[in-house]
Design a protein around this ligand. Structure first.
Ligand code: HEM
Length: 437
């Protein structure tokens, strides 16, 4: 059978070229795979949801409700009533959180180990675009149940989109198909973005990301330099890496199902359909730092450039658009600020302690996001100590202090953890494969 197929499809060549690719074995290298698994589960559970969801705000009568409710809301009630329907919806919801968290941790591993350097700049940029696209996909899905909580939270995003000087109103119109809430086009528009256009874009980007990664090969863990200089160390893609990934995928599905079953996500019945009462909402955790910035930026920080119509720069623009955009552009440019030695390709990973400035800046940046998130809790019960001046102080001082503390710690461990002894037994002798670079 193998020979029959080989004569027709040249499997041996494919096997030698692609399936024998060596994958370094290290637990942090699984973060990219977990991101991928979460995406696969999102697509599979998403297919089930689209079979039963109605992207419409037409009003219909539903048992148990005195007033008619929107069809989108009613269809979520219907999904929850199907066998395993509520759990599958919950798996979808939790996988979205896990995908964004895993992609962010994957980014941190790439950043802290210097894996973004030449020749992997392009994959870093594609990765950043994927992270942003994943967040936008999650945002466009948030309003779909059309319950009171989701609509109120999405309204914050609508306001931010509108706040961009000159073009904001048009951007919001394109994304939401009109006023939100209010326009009958919003849900169909958000639906097509959420289930079609953005996932397609993500699939294209993931494909490019993985092809480039296979072509360029992984940055090698440091021990590879000692064990077999000039060689690529790792286990072959097939069967070893494929089996490990398969097992990890099953573990992922088991864990996310357990979480989803234990903590049913977004209980629409508890929030109720859209009503005139605006509930107190908080956006999802990955938007909380922006929400925090919006809370502490004074409302009088605004000016207008009286040129054409709509040149208004206000707090929503500073906190919701400008600061996130600066971070995004800064992130995209990182590989172009870190040159490799003699312009060579980066073959081996660096330890965080080897690059104290980069590590300290990364941890300080994380502290900035954490302090922004904390500001999102201003006014909550039990948080009376957190006033706007305190939040501003923490936002500015905590990252600076973090930078210096982290720098001192990195310098102190520099030289103690590096150079490391090669971990020969870790790569597993007989199982490990060495291929020429
Ligand atoms: C959002 C979806 C993403 C998926 C599905 C994904 C998937 C993967 C996978 C499976 C790998 C190989 C295993 C590994 O090294 O972890 C990889 C490697 C890589 N990823 Fe991602 N990734 C994503 C996002 C990102 C982000 C946000 C960045 C950085 C901004 C990034 C940058 C890279 C780089 C530079 C490599 C090569 C690493 C090396 O050579 O050591 N990726 N990605």
């Amino acid at each position: 059978m193998y020979q029959w197929l080989d004569e027709r499809l040249d499997i041996t060549r494919f096997n030698n070229k692609v399936l024998r690719k060596a994958f370094p074995v290290h637990h942090t290298f699984f973060l990219g795979e977990i991101t991928l698994f979460a995406f696969v589960v999102l697509v599979l559970t998403g297919i089930f949801l689209t079979f039963n969801y109605e992207p419409s705000t037409r009003l219909i009568k539903v048992a148990g409700y005195t007033d008619p409710v929107q069809a989108a809301y009613a269809s979520i009630l219907y999904i929850d009533s199907l066998p395993f329907g509520a759990v599958i919806r919950s798996v979808h919801h939790w996988s979205a959180h896990i995908m964004i968290a895993a992609a962010f941790l994957h980014l941190l591993r790439i950043l802290l180990s210097g894996a973004y350097k030449k020749p992997r700049e392009l994959n870093w940029i594609i990765g950043m675009l994927m992270l942003v696209t994943s967040i936008v996909v999650a945002f466009t899905g948030y309003a779909l149940p059309y319950d009171n909580y989701a609509v109120t939270a999405t309204r914050i995003g609508h306001g931010i989109a509108q706040s961009v000087p000159w073009v904001g109103v048009a951007v919001a119109q394109i994304m939401f198909g009109g006023d939100f809430p209010g326009s009958d086009h919003s849900i169909p528009r958000l639906f097509s973005l959420h289930v079609l256009w953005l996932p397609l874009a993500l699939m294209g980007l993931i494909g490019a990301h993985l092809l480039i990664m296979v072509k360029q090969k992984h940055t090698q863990p440091k021990y590879a330099e000692k064990v077999a200089p000039g060689k690529i160390l790792g286990v072959p893609l097939f069967p070893q890496q494929a089996v490990m990934s398969g097992v990890l995928f099953l573990v992922y599905v088991a864990v996310v199902t357990l979480i989803a079953g234990g903590f049913l996500a977004h209980p629409v019945e508890a929030y109720g359909p859209l009503s005139a009462n605006t509930p107190a909402v908080k956006p999802d955790w990955y938007f909380l730092w922006i929400y925090g910035l919006l809370k502490i930026i004074p409302s009088h920080w605004e000016f207008t450039i009286p040129l054409f119509n709509g040149g208004k720069f206000g707090p929503e623009f500073w906190g919701g658009v400008l600061i996130p955009s600066i971070l995004l552009v800064g992130g995209l440019l990182i590989p172009f600020f870190s040159v490799t030695k003699d312009g060579q390709k980066q073959r081996y990973l660096e330890l965080p302690s080897q690059k104290p400035v980069r590590t300290s800046l990364t941890i300080a940046g994380l502290m900035f996001l954490i302090m922004g998130t904390l500001a999102g809790y201003i006014g909550d019960s039990g948080m009376e100590w957190l006033t706007i001046p305190v939040a501003w102080t923490l936002l500015i001082v905590a990252p600076i202090v973090t930078y210096f503390v982290c720098y001192i710690i990195m310098r102190a461990i520099w030289g103690k953890t590096w150079p490391q002894e090669p971990q020969i037994e870790f790569i597993g002798g007989a199982k490990g494969s060495a291929a020429d670079d």
